[in-house]
Ligand binder design. Structure first.
Ligand code: HDE
Length: 711
C-alpha cells in the first residue's frame, strides 16, 4: 500500500503555507513570543500558597482555552474535508466565460467539505441523512463555491420554509431528543403537511442516506444555475458530481452498528484513503438547457424539489476533481471554511429559484455569528488566490493592512484605484434577465406537483432498493408516537406507490386512511385557494430513470476496499498470500484480524503483524472477508464466538466471503452454510472470483434469505 504520497503543489497550497506553522525544533513561547521555561506550574506565593494574578503565562493559556470554541454550523455541523484540484476536459466557452470551465487542462485548486445535515458536530457519521457536498474552487477569477448535496433535489421550494424544516428535524426543543435522527414526530408532522418535501424525503429513506463512503456518493448542485458566454447568451445548467468508485451504501443494520463501533467511520475512511494515496475523484457533469427550452418540461426548472431526468437531458461529463491532501488543521480549515452559493465568478449566474435566492442571503449572514466578523474571507482557507482590492475596511480581526488615505470610489487621490474592470476584461455582470411581473407573496402553480417525481424515483429502484426504502419508512414511522401523523404519512405514501404504503402500513400496524382531514399542502398563504395548490395525482412522464438506482451493471474498482482476513497461528501462507497479492494489486486493503493482537506465525514459520484483535474490531468495518486454510488457525478461530458473529454479519450484510481449505469448518459453523450456492460466498474459489464479487459491492439478491440470521 502506498504511503504518504506527495500531493500536488498549487497556488492555494502556496497561499496557505504563508500561515502554516510547524513547532518542530522550536522553543515554546507565549503568544507574545516570550520563551517559556516552566509549562507545568502556575506562579504561587510559596510552594503551597495561592496563585498570583500576575501570572501572565497562566492567564494567557487559560484565557485562550476558555474561548476555543465557536458556534457550530446551524445545519451541516458535522463535516470532513480535503484539498484537491479540478481539471477540465473540454472547453465550454460556447456556454460560459468562466475560466474554470474554459481553460482545458488547468488545475484549479479546490477544498471540499462533506457533511451530515441534522446532527451536531460530534454526532455519528452513519446517521440516516442527506450529505452536504460543498466544493470551493479557488479560481484565477475569484472564489466559486458549488454548495450542493448528495441528492439531486431538496426538501422545500422556498427559502421561507427552511427554518421550519430544520426546526422540525433537529432534536425536539423540550428534551433535545433525538440526536442526528429524523425518526421523530416533529419531523413527520412537518413532512406530512408540506408535501413538497416528499421527493427529497424518499431519497432520504433510500440507500443514498447511508453511504458506504463519502468517496462513493454523487454530488449535485441541485438548483438550476445559468452559464453565460462572452456574448451574454445564457443557458440553464445543473451540476453533477459522479464518483470514480461508484455509488454504494451500507445496510441500515450496519449503519446502526458502525455508529456505535466507530462514529468517525466516514471521516476516517476519507482521511485514510488520502493518506494511503488512494485519492478519491469525481467527474463533473453538466445538464445544459437552452433558454428556449425553459418551459418544455412537465416541471419547473426553478423548482428545487424536481430533478431533470438524465433521459430528458443527458449529463455531459466535462472534467474531474481529485482530492489529494488532508487538511493540516481541522479547526483552521474544515471548521473555518465558509461556503456560499452566492460566491460565483463571471460566466456563472443565478436563476430565480426561490430557494437559491434565499440561500444567497443566509450564508454570509450565518458566518457573521459563526465566525464572528465580516472579515471571514481573510481566514486562510477562505482567502481567494485572485487578488482582492476594494474599499471595504476594518471590523473585528481585520488582518489586511490597507495602505493609503483612500477608502472610497470614485477618487483622484488614489489615482482612481482600485479601478473598475470592463466586462471584456473580466468584470462581473449579472445576466440581464427580462422581468415583468407583479410583486406577490405566492407560490407558482407550476411547483404544485409533489408526487410524480417521488413515484418516478420509487419505480426506478430495484427490488432490493425498494425493500430498503420500505424498511426505512417503517423504522422512521415506527419511532413516531402520534398516530394521526403516521396515518397522514401512510395516506401520502399511497399517492406515491400503493404497494409501498401497504408494506409500511403492515409493518407499523396502522391502516392506510381513505382520506384525511383538511388540505395537506399547507405551504400556501391564507388567502390562496387550497384546491388550486392541492397536489394532484402523480403524472407519469417517464416510467423509469436508470440513474436514480444504485444497481451495478459492471463491477466498480475495488481500490481502498477493506478486506478482513481471519487468521491465527499456523495459517496457510500460500492461500493467504495469493489472495492478498491479488487484492493489493487492485489497491484493496487487506487487514489481518486475529483472536489476539501482536504477531502470529504462519505454517511457513514467518511472523505477521496483526492489524486488529477480534475484540477491537467489527465485521461492519470491512467490505469482504476471507479465511485461509490451516487446521490450527481454523480451530482457534472456531473457539471464538466473535468469529462466528463476524462471519454471520458479513453474510447478513450481503458481503463477499471466502473459505479456503480447512476453513470450510467455519463456513459450516456459521450462517454461510446455508448459502453455498451464493455468488459471493466462496469455498476454495480463485482470488479473481473473489475480486469480481467485491467489485459488485454486495450480493443484494442474498438479502431476502438473510432475515433469519440473528446478529
Ligand atoms: Fe444550506 N446552509 N441552506 N443548503 N448548506 C448552510 O451555511 C440554507 C440548502 C448546504 O460544509 C449554512 O455556512 C438555507 C440547499 C451545505 O460548510 C446556512 C437554505 C443545499 C452546507 C445554510 C439552505 C444546501 C450548508 C449553515 C434554504 C444543497 C454546508 C452553515 C434556502 C444545494 C457547507 C453555513 C459547509 C450550510 C442555509 C438549503 C447545502 C445556515 C437558508 C438547497 C452543503 O447558511
Amino acid at each position: 500500500m502506498k504511503q504518504h504520497i506527495t500531493t500536488s503543489q498549487n497556488a492555494k497550497q502556496a497561499d496557505l503555507a504563508r500561515d502554516t506553522t510547524d513547532a518542530s525544533e522550536q522553543s515554546m513561547t507565549t503568544d507574545q513570543g516570550v520563551k517559556i521555561n516552566n509549562d507545568a506550574n502556575s506562579l504561587k506565593s510559596g510552594e503551597r500558597g495561592s496563585t498570583l494574578l500576575e501570572d501572565f503565562i497562566l492567564r494567557e493559556k487559560i484565557t485562550h482555552f476558555d474561548h476555543e470554541r465557536i458556534p457550530e454550523r446551524i445545519v451541516h455541523a458535522r463535516g470532513s474535508a480535503a484539498h484537491g484540484y479540478f481539471e477540465l476536459y473540454e472547453d465550454l466557452s460556447d456556454y460560459t466565460r468562466a475560466g474554470v470551465l474554459t481553460a482545458v487542462g488547468k488545475k484549479t485548486p479546490v477544498f471540499v467539505r462533506f457533511s451530515t445535515v441534522a446532527g451536531s458536530k460530534g454526532s455519528a457519521d452513519l446517521a440516516r441523512d442527506i450529505r452536504g457536498f460543498a466544493v470551493k474552487f479557488y479560481t484565477d477569477e475569484g472564489i466559486f463555491d458549488l454548495v450542493g448535496n448528495n441528492t439531486p433535489v431538496f426538501f422545500i421550494q422556498d427559502a421561507m420554509k427552511f427554518p421550519d424544516l430544520i426546526h422540525s428535524v433537529k432534536p425536539e426543543p423540550d428534551n433535545e431528543i433525538p440526536q442526528a435522527a429524523s425518526a421523530h414526530d416533529t419531523f413527520y408532522d412537518f413532512v406530512s403537511l408540506a408535501t413538497e418535501t416528499l421527493h427529497n424525503h424518499i431519497w432520504a429513506m433510500s440507500d443514498r442516506a447511508i453511504p458506504r463512503s463519502l468517496r462513493m456518493m454523487e454530488g449535485f448542485g441541485i438548483h438550476t444555475f445559468r452559464l453565460i458566454n462572452s456574448e451574454g447568451v445564457s443557458h440553464f445548467v445543473r451540476f453533477h458530481w459522479k464518483p470514480a468508485l461508484g455509488v454504494h451504501s451500507v445496510t441500515w443494520d450496519e449503519a446502526v452498528k458502525i455508529n456505535g463501533a466507530d462514529p468517525d467511520f466516514h471521516r476516517r475512511d476519507l482521511w485514510d484513503a488520502i493518506e494511503q494515496g488512494q485519492f478519491p475523484s469525481w467527474e463533473l457533469g453538466l445538464q445544459i438547457i437552452p433558454e428556449a427550452d425553459e418551459h418544455k418540461f412537465e416541471f419547473d426548472l426553478l423548482d428545487a424539489t424536481k430533478l431533470i431526468p438524465e433521459e430528458l437531458v443527458p449529463v455531459r461529463i466535462v472534467g474531474k476533481m481529485t482530492l489529494d491532501r488532508n487538511p493540516d488543521n481541522f479547526f483552521a480549515e474544515t471548521e473555518q471554511v465558509a461556503f456560499h452559493p452566492g460566491h460565483i465568478v463571471p460566466g456563472i449566474d443565478f436563476t430565480n429559484d426561490p430557494l437559491l435566492q434565499g440561500r444567497l442571503f443566509s450564508y454570509t449572514d450565518t458566518q457573521l455569528s459563526r465566525l464572528g466578523s465580516p472579515n471571514f474571507h481573510e481566514l486562510p482557507i477562505n482567502r481567494s488566490i485572485a487578488p482582492v482590492h476594494n474599499n471595504q475596511r476594518d471590523a473585528h480581526m481585520r488582518t489586511t493592512i490597507n495602505k493609503g488615505k483612500v477608502a472610497y470610489h470614485p477618487n483622484t487621490m488614489g489615482g482612481g484605484c482600485p479601478f473598475l474592470s470592463k466586462i471584456a476584461d473580466g468584470g462581473f455582470s449579472s445576466y440581464e434577465e427580462r422581468i415583468d411581473g407583479k410583486k406577490v407573496r405566492a407560490r407558482s402553480e407550476s411547483f404544485s406537483d409533489h408526487f410524480s417525481q417521488p413515484a418516478l424515483f420509487y419505480r426506478s429502484l430495484s427490488s432490493w432498493e425498494k425493500e430498503h426504502v420500505i424498511g426505512a419508512y417503517s423504522f422512521e414511522l415506527g419511532k413516531c408516537q402520534i398516530d394521526a401523523i403516521k396515518s397522514r404519512m401512510l395516506y401520502l405514501l399511497q399517492q406515491i406507490d400503493a404497494s409501498l404504503a401497504k408494506r409500511v402500513s403492515d409493518n407499523i400496524g396502522l391502516a392506510i386512511p381513505e382520506e384525511i382531514e383538511g388540505p395537506i399542502n399547507r405551504n400556501i398563504g391564507a388567502d390562496e385557494d387550497p384546491s388550486a395548490q392541492q397536489p394532484g395525482k402523480a403524472k407519469n412522464y417517464l416510467d423509469q430513470s436508470a440513474a436514480l438506482s444504485q444497481v451495478l451493471r459492471a463491477p466498480t474498482p475495488i481500490a481502498s476496499r477493506q478486506v478482513a482476513v481471519l487468521l491465527d497461528n499456523g495459517f496457510d501462507m500460500k492461500g493467504f498470500d495469493s489472495y492478498k497479492k491479488a487484492l493489493e494489486a487492485e489497491d484493496a486493503v487487506v487487514k489481518i484480524v486475529s483472536p489476539s493482537g501482536g504477531t502470529i506465525t504462519c505454517n511457513e514459520g514467518m511472523k505477521h503483524k496483526v492489524d486488529a484483535a477480534l475484540a477491537t474490531t467489527e465485521s461492519v468495518f470491512y467490505d469482504a472477508v476471507y479465511i485461509p486454510c490451516g487446521e490450527e488457525s481454523v480451530n482457534a478461530l472456531a473457539e471464538q464466538g466473535k468469529t462466528i458473529k463476524f462471519i454471520n454479519e458479513a453474510v447478513k450484510h450481503c458481503k463477499t466471503v471466502a473459505f479456503l481449505g480447512k476453513a470450510v469448518k467455519l463456513r459450516d459453523l456459521s450462517a454461510a452454510k446455508d448459502f453455498v450456492d451464493d455468488k459471493a460466498i466462496f469455498t476454495d474459489a480463485s482470488a479473481q472470483d473473489f475480486i469480481q464479487a467485491l467489485g459488485m459491492h454486495r450480493n443484494w439478491e442474498r438479502e431476502p434469505k438473510t432475515t433469519k440470521i440473528a446478529v
